[in-house]
Design a protein around this ligand. Structure first.
Ligand code: TMP
Length: 219
């Protein structure tokens, strides 16, 4: 019997604490017998990882930044995400297009219509009129002031991490706008809570959609 692929993305401002929960969810899916592809944006392929280095470290204007994000995404979709979904794997992707709308659109104030056009070009599919989008987007929603405290003790910041709190306020507003446009796709997780509590909410969001059995339930 063939299983359908599953595409889950994870979003939030820098410092929101996505990584441990993505790893925990990967373990939960593997324990349920699924093959998991753990990946990230920008990145996930040799070319996209090179673009990541550039976009995180080199000065550039907002259009170049947006184009590089989508160029990396195009490569990643074609080489990693689409083949994995066709095999029936679970793709857990640390950031996807909502990040472009939040960071380049909200944070940098770049034209949302242009981003929408790029999204349509890059995420169109030969076999469907619907764009490729995640089946679920987990948004770790953390107040920017709390994230700023967390980031203060972080390693050398990149071009995004070094932005002021006001930038992250705009990024968070950008995420809220994306959620408003497609609420069924999102699970908004209040992330200013103990890690265990955040994890329970992440797991429940997946269980509610029938993709994992409730923890402790018998097979
Ligand atoms: P990460 O540190 O969570 O891996 O994300 C890399 C940085 O890139 C993060 O600061 C957000 C930023 N980013 C964008 O600005 N636009 C995008 O489309 C993506 C995917 C990430």
């Amino acid at each position: 019997m063939s299983v359908s692929g599953l595409f889950i993305s994870f979003e939030g401002i820098d410092g929101a604490g996505k990584s441990t929960h993505i790893a925990a969810l990967a373990d939960a899916f593997r324990a349920a017998g699924r093959t998991v592809v753990l990946t990230r944006e920008p990145g996930g392929t040799p070319l996209a990882e090179k673009l990541r280095e550039l976009v995180l470290n080199d000065a550039m204007d907002p259009l170049s930044e947006a184009l590089l994000m989508f160029a990396a995404r195009r490569d990643h979709l074609g080489l990693v995400i689409e083949p994995a979904l066709a095999r029936g794997d679970v793709v857990l992707c640390d950031r996807f297009t909502d990040a472009t709308f939040a960071y380049q659109g909200g944070g940098r104030g770049f034209d949302l219509d242009v981003l929408g056009q790029l999204e349509r070009w890059v995420q169109s599919r030969p076999d469907s009129t619907a764009l490729r989008q995640p089946d679920l987007t987990v948004w770790f929603d953390l107040p920017p002031a709390v994230a700023a405290q967390r980031l203060a003790s972080a390693r050398v910041p990149d071009r995004f991490e070094s932005q002021p709190q006001a930038f992250f306020e705009r990024v968070a507003a950008g995420y809220a706008q994306r959620l408003a446009g497609d609420p069924a796709r999102f699970a908004r997780i209040a992330s200013d809570q103990p890690r265990e509590h955040v994890w329970r909410q992440v797991r429940e969001a997946v269980e509610q959609r029938g993709w994992l059995r409730p923890a402790g339930a018998s097979a």
